[in-house]
Every structure is written in C-alpha cells, then in structure tokens.
Design a protein around this ligand. Structure first.
Ligand code: AMP
Length: 437
C-alpha cells in the first residue's frame, strides 16, 4: 500500500515524502479512503498510530479540491482537548499543506488572544482549537463557524474525561448541520458511543489497535516498592540504567513538582509539565525533552496527553493511574512506530487494587520485581479504595511528600469525580481549571 494508491493529490504526496513517510500506517490506510469518499468516520486510534495524518491528509485533499472565494471562511475545524495537542496537530497541518493554497491557524487558552484573532481575521481555511478559547472567541464574535464543512473531534475520550461534553455540544450548535464529521478516540466507553451517535451520521468505523489492549512492542514491568522509597528507586533506575529520555507520570501537579526537584537535586536534568505551568514553561520543557537537554519529563496525565514525542524509550509510572484506561494511554507514549519501549510502574501497597484493575483491562499479568534496598512495606495496608473515595486521606497519612494538595487542584484527582455520577456538574469546573489555568 502506498499513499498514492489512497488517492491523495500530488502536493500532499510531496509533503508526505518530505516528512519521510513511505507507507501509510494502519489507521491511515483504513481512515483515509472513507474520509475522501465523504463519509463520517469513527476511528479507534491512540496517539502514536499516525492518526493525525489519518484525518489531516484527506481533509486537506478535500478542501484543496474545492477552493472557496478569496475571503476564507473557516471550512474545517479540528477540536482537541489540550493546548499541546492543538499545537501539534497545527504543526502537522502546516507541514502537510506546505504545497497547497490553504491557510490554517491554531487557538488555545493561556496565551494572548489578540494575535489569534488577527490571524483569523486574515482568513483561514482550517482552524485547530481547544474548546474553551474557541467558545470565548465565538462569543466575542471574532470567529464564525457557519461555513464549517468538516469537523474533527480528536481524542474524544479525553475530551469527555476533561469535562468538555457541554462545550462540544455548544460548538456543534454553531456549525451548519450539513458537514462531514470525523471522531477519533483511543477508548470506547458508553459515553463515547453516545457522543458518536449525536455527532456522526452513518459513520464508517475503523480501528487501528484492538480496543484497550497494550501495544505489544512495549515491555512492561512492575516494581513493588514502599511508598516512601519510590523517589530513591526511580533515581536509581534512571541513573544506573543511564536512561536518556524518560517520561514519568505522577498523579498530581504537586507530586510532579516535588519529584522534579528531587531529580534535579540528584543531578538528573528534569522538568515538570502540568496544568499549573504557563504555556511558555510547558513548551520549553517539551522542547528540552525532545532535544535531549532535559532527560526526564515529569507529567500529569492531562498535560502529557497527545504529546508527540517520537520513539520514546522509557515511560515510568511513579504512581499508577486509578483510571485503568489511563495506563494504556500512558504506556502508549513508548514503543511507537514499531520501536521497542519500556514501561515501568512503581506500585506501593495502596495501589494494589489499581494494579489489579489495570491487569484486568489489558488482559495480562504484569511481571513483578522487587529491587534490593527498595522493598515494599509489609505492614502497609492494601485495602482497596472504595469507588468514589478520594485518595487524599490515605496519602496524607503516609507522608510521602507526593500527596495531592486538594482534589480540584490536582492534575488528575478531579477525573475520579468526572467518572462518578456527578460527572456533568463537576466536569465544567475541571475544564476551566485545565484549559485556562
Ligand atoms: P500521531 O499518532 O498522529 O501522533 O503520529 C505519531 C508519529 O508518527 C508522529 O511523529 C508522526 O510524524 C509519525 N507518522 C505518522 N504517519 C506516519 C507514517 N505513515 N510513517 C511514518 N511515521 C508516521
């Protein structure tokens, strides 16, 4: 299979060749033909599968085949849950449209809106946006979505996790009824299926990886360890393994900061990336991580979502996620594009039930090791956490230094709430927190 056989136009093929891609990835081979044929598409694909090109390439093809008048109304809207993902999708759109007469721009919160508004006033065919800033600018009359022909909802599952459902509904009301819709999601919960039903019309369904399964190229390992010894263990693993590029996940923003400081104190270059960091700080951290000046990036789930870091060799879960699907997302950061990756999870006694849930989801038992000098605490409680119960009191008593300060201020704590019955009421609060903080 070649890109040419998929029916993409010469300028797009030229841009693909410039990127060095020779063969379409499975999701591209499956998604591009129905999109080109004008169908709505529901695609199951996580980051790392080449999904961005999967929707961008046919979108560019369709838009360029049918050019509009000189004044360029927004004809394609790509909605992403995070600023980082918006920036990455936009970078891809720019690259793939290099040889086409199409204009694009990106908008997201946390930065001055004036240049964004100015760009849009100049006329753009493709807009990549996060929901909060998009709705702000629509409400101010700076953006009209009345001429949108193609709508892409990227990482729909994360959109819902972050409480964006209402915003998505608002955005849909601002677009014409007649349009082509593409929806990408890594997981397919009942809520996602419900959302797909409201957005998509007779969609073609395509799938790149089996639902909720961990990628085979990733070697996964668990270290059982006492909570208070995790920092020492992670520093030992990174230093002695001489690992050069490690993405570490913590459950909270506070935990990310704390661990970053300790890494730096022990001579490992590290940077934290989470919702409390300014856009500039996040961009700088990611750039340093990509160019190798920063060895370790410590991230919360939401901040790390959608980051394009090719061939990431190591992912470490400093704390394993309490939402099992997040484990699949996290380890999906490694072993990309056929390369082997290592995903390590440090698991303390109070995370035992989370580990069990994860193993159930991925359908395999993870190999467990104990490092000498970093043994688990035989007296620590393994009592499972009841649904809806917050982890805060449990962490508090441990004094690990990685406890969340508050639920709403944590990088991930609020997600529990979103998955509870009070999903809708809690969701919007979280959305404001994450998209604008
Ligand atoms: P994505 O899943 O869209 O975040 O893409 C993951 C990575 O794969 C990015 O670094 C892309 O540049 C790269 N990529 C996308 N399509 C291809 C392809 N057909 N061949 C090789 N690399 C690709």
């Amino acid at each position: 299979m070649s890109f040419k056989l998929l029916g993409l136009s010469e300028p797009i093929l030229k841009a693909i060749a410039k990127k060095g891609y020779t063969t379409p990835s499975p999701i591209q081979a499956k998604a591009i033909p129905p999109v080109l044929d004008g169908y709505d598409v529901l695609a199951s694909a996580q980051t790392g599968t080449g999904k961005t090109a999967g929707f961008t390439l046919p979108m560019l093809h369709i838009l360029s085949e049918n050019p509009k008048e000189k004044f360029r109304p927004i004809r394609a809207l790509v909605l992403t849950p995070t600023r980082e993902l918006a920036a990455q999708v936009y970078a891809n759109v720019k690259e793939y449209s290099e040889f086409l007469n199409l204009r694009s721009t990106v908008i997201f919160g946390g930065v001055n809106q004036k240049p964004q508004v100015a760009n849009i006033r100049n006329g753009v065919d493709i807009l990549v946006a996060t929901p909060g800033r998009l709705l702000d600018l629509c409400n101010q009359g700076a953006i009209s979505l009345k001429r949108v022909e193609m709508f892409v909802l990227d990482e729909a599952d994360r959109m819902l996790d972050m409480g964006f459902l209402r915003d998505i509904e608002r955005v849909m009301k601002l677009m014409p009824e007649k349009r082509q819709n593409l929806m990408f999601s890594a997981t397919f919960s009942k809520e996602i299926k419900k959302l797909a039903f409201t957005i998509l019309k007779n969609p073609v369904q395509v799938e790149a990886t089996p639902e909720n399964t961990a990628v085979e190229a990733i070697s996964q390992k668990v270290y059982r360890v006492a909570k208070g010894l995790k920092t020492g263990l992670i520093i030992k693993l990174i230093s002695e393994g001489n690992w050069k590029q490690v993405l570490v996940f913590t459950r909270t923003k506070h935990g990310a900061n704390n661990l970053t400081k300790k890494m730096i104190a022990s001579g490992i270059t590290a940077a934290a990336i989470h919702g409390n960091k300014s856009q500039g700080a996040r961009t700088k951290a990611l750039k340093g991580f990509k160019d190798g000046t920063v060895r370790v990036m410590v991230a919360t789930d939401i901040a790390a979502r959608g980051l394009d870091i090719p061939l990431l060799p190591h992912v470490i879960n400093f704390e394993i996620p309490n939402i099992s699907e997040d484990y699949v997302h996290r380890i999906g950061r490694t072993g990309r594009a056929g390369a082997n990756g290592v995903a390590i999870s440090l698991v303390s006694a109070d995370e035992t039930s989370f580990l069990r849930d994860i193993q159930k989801l991925i359908g395999e038992k993870l190999p467990v090791e104990i490092m000498e000098g970093f043994e688990p605490d035989p007296n620590a409680s393994t009592a499972p956490i009841k649904p809806g119960q917050n982890r805060q009191p449990r962490n508090k008593s441990k004094g690990s230094g990685d406890k969340p300060k508050s639920n709403s201020g944590s990088g991930n704590g609020g997600r529990n709430r979103n998955r509870n019955k009070s999903r809708n009421s809690g969701g919007n609060d979280r959305r404001s927190n994450n998209s604008r903080s």
